[in-house]
Design a protein around this ligand. Structure first.
Ligand SMILES: [Zn+2]
Length: 87
């Protein structure tokens, strides 16, 4: 079998798309490292093969107070197809 991939962007029509990665990003407001685990935290109708926004929620303590910050980062979710057996 032979596969010809394209890197054309397309929407993945899945409301809750879980993915096998953990994303780490630094909150631009307080500098805390935040994580987003694709195993429990899904993307909704993500676009593949093109930059797509990921939302982070930072829960932190500043001057003894609980604070929440929201920020976004961009990732590229690439979808490729490969044959199990090459001819
Ligand atoms: Zn923060």
């Amino acid at each position: 079998m032979r596969v010809e991939n394209t890197d054309k962007p397309f929407e993945i029509e899945v409301k809750r798309f879980y993915f096998p990665a953990i994303l780490y990003a630094t909150c631009p407001t307080c500098g805390k490292e935040c994580a987003k685990n694709g195993n429990g935290d899904y993307l909704s109708y993500p676009k593949a093969n093109t930059p797509t926004k990921v939302y982070f929620y930072c829960q932190s303590i500043v001057d003894g107070k609980d604070v929440e910050h929201e920020f976004t980062e961009e990732i590229i979710l690439r979808v490729t197809v490969e044959p199990v057996k090459n001819d």
